[in-house]
Design a protein around this ligand. Structure first.
Ligand code: FES
Ligand SMILES: [Fe+2]
Length: 371
């Protein structure tokens, strides 16, 4: 019989493995990790993701990689060291005692060993966890699996962009909240007339009833191609009949596609957990459109930063209330996307735990709300 610790005073609670990992973060998925431009050849970058320290690096010949940013010798951050190129091979050198690690995490050298000691030792048995990475359209994706040794369960996400599309603008923000509140705060339509009240987007008078058609997409849902709200001055400025589609996919990937004839504007937002109380928002914009080409960059940048800071301030303010652990509500059509998000998370966990096929819980639906 298992020892009963529940009634023993001062006994540490015994947590199941699942409870230990119950941080609300999804695993076995690709996350946006870094911008390709942030990781230069022969350099490394430290980042915390899902509560884990991660080192992004690029070999001297340009191939990106990622590993756990902890030296297995004595635990210092490897990113505090440097990258060394020797015999045509790039390695990460620990700043403390100079152990070197290949991009797959295998130990390549321990400088303190004498030649005979090194010969007698199997260095390849010393490993740092490495993570699969994928680079496309200026983004570096990282696969964070529950099992460090298992290969990726799925292909990396693909943005629907024309060949050669380049990053035109990047904005970042940090929300002091769990990823769930960041995600549902960004997808929630009912806050728009309150949090984003500004003459060029929404005014009190421009609130009216909306009807939007949604459907399932791979590991997510889409607000299907539609003509954007005619109550938006910003969209009117684009000219002839734009068509928009907004996709959301777990873990927290939102992509807004605007197509106007042969031109396009794509805004990709990655909502990435740093840890339980902090979430990184990264907005990457691509376009081919004459209006955006002549528009001074600061105008668009100002629009993006205005929005994202309003969202940030709202969720940060919300934390003061959440600290009291109130019960929360999801109300009617305006909150259906939030419900889908939670259901998608549940379905993904079930799929990974049971091995059953992933069943997307989203069904075709027309949602109505006032915003
Ligand atoms: S701590 Fe890294 S080599 Fe010793
Ligand atoms: Fe918002």
């Amino acid at each position: 019989m298992a020892p009963d610790t529940a009634n023993t005073p001062n006994a540490a609670p015994r947590l199941s493995d699942e409870a230990v990992h119950d941080d609300g973060f999804l695993r076995d998925l690709w996350y946006f990790g870094a911008l390709a431009s942030e990781v230069k050849p022969g350099e490394t970058l430290h980042r915390e993701m899902l509560g884990e320290p991660i080192l992004f690096g690029r070999t001297h010949d340009g191939s990106p990689f990622a590993m756990r940013d902890i030296c297995p010798h004595r635990g210092i951050l490897l990113s505090g060291g440097r990258m060394v190129q020797k015999d045509g091979e790039s390695t990460v050198e620990c700043p403390y005692h100079g152990w070197r690690f290949r991009k797959d995490g295998g130990c390549a050298a321990i400088p303190s060993l004498t030649a005979d000691q090194a010969e007698a030792m199997d260095l390849s048995r010393i490993r740092v966890r490495s993570y699969p990475v994928h680079e496309a359209y200026g983004l570096i994706w990282i696969y964070i699996g529950a099992d460090p040794d298992a290969p990726p369960a799925i292909e990396p996400p693909v943005l629907d962009l024309p060949e050669g599309a380049r990053v035109k603008m990047v904005e970042r923000e940090t929300f002091n909240c769990h990823v769930d509140h960041a995600v549902i705060g960004l997808m929630d339509p009912a806050h728009i007339p309150f949090i984003h009240r500004q003459w060029w987007w929404r005014t009190e008078k421009s609130v009216y009833e909306k009807e939007k058609v949604f459907g399932p997409v791979e590991r997510g849902f889409s607000m299907l191609p539609h003509r954007p709200s005619s109550n938006s001055f910003a969209y009117k400025a684009l000219g002839a009949k734009p068509e928009t589609e907004i996709r959301f996919q777990i873990p927290g990937l939102r992509t807004e596609y605007v197509k106007v004839g042969n031109s396009f504007f794509t805004g990709f937002t990655a909502v990435t957990p740093t840890n339980a109380n902090s979430t990184a928002i990264t907005i990457v914009v691509y376009w081919k459109h004459p209006v955006f080409d002549i528009l001074p960059n600061f105008v668009l940048r100002k629009a993006i930063t205005t929005f994202i800071r309003q969202d940030r301030d709202a969720v940060n303010a919300q934390q003061k209330g959440l600290a009291y652990k109130p019960k929360l509500m999801l109300i009617h059509d305006a909150d259906v996307q939030a419900k889908w998000y939670y259901k998608l998370k549940q379905a993904w966990r079930k799929h990974r735990q049971t091995g059953e096929a992933f069943a997307n819980p989203v069904k075709n639906a027309t949602l109505r709300w006032r915003s």
